[in-house]
Design a protein around this ligand. Structure first.
Ligand code: RB5
Length: 156
């Protein structure tokens, strides 16, 4: 069982609902930050809520859906501790877990059908981080992040 925060904009909400139903059916725990309708909203508002829930360990993982997944990933990656990957195939979904220990998956509701998205989400949820040589590289991502958060904190 994995706890997963979900978020979507108007271009992703339908796919987000399908993902939610599938996750619940698989006995995962879901925290849904919306949106809940096709009314236009701004993707950074949803990406921030999901990324922050992951960063404070309120949930283990996050899944975000917008039109392309790109805006969601860009926004989520601004939150320290988040490694968001925009994936549109099974290989990148698996690699984002095995090599990058991605804790947020961003999907494009305008790029893929429901079945493909569910396959990608399944692979992403079930694939573990390989560790080993990849641990040091992920540590270097965190070191880059720390350099910039420390610099921002010390700016007058
Ligand atoms: C909304 O039209 C669209 O820009 C958004 O869903 C997303 O694709 C942004 O990256």
């Amino acid at each position: 069982m994995t706890s997963v925060a979900l978020g979507a904009d108007h271009a992703g909400w339908e796919l987000k609902e399908a993902l939610k139903a599938w996750l619940i059916d698989q006995d995962h725990q879901v925290l849904d930050f919306g949106t809940h309708s096709p009314d236009p909203v701004d993707y950074p508002d949803y990406a921030a809520q999901v990324a922050e829930a992951v960063a404070v360990a309120k949930v283990e993982r996050g899944i975000l859906v917008c039109g392309t997944g790109i805006g969601m990933a860009i926004t989520a990656n601004k939150v320290p501790g988040v490694r968001a990957a925009a994936c549109s195939d099974l290989y990148t979904a698996r690699m984002s877990r095995e090599h990058n220990d991605a804790n947020v998956l961003a999907l494009g509701g305008r790029l893929m059908g429901r079945e493909m998205a569910l396959e990608i989400a399944k692979a992403w949820i079930e694939t573990g981080f390989a560790g080993g040589r990849h641990s040091g590289r992920v540590d270097k991502i965190s070191a880059v992040e720390r350099r910039h958060t420390d610099r921002a904190a010390s700016d007058p």
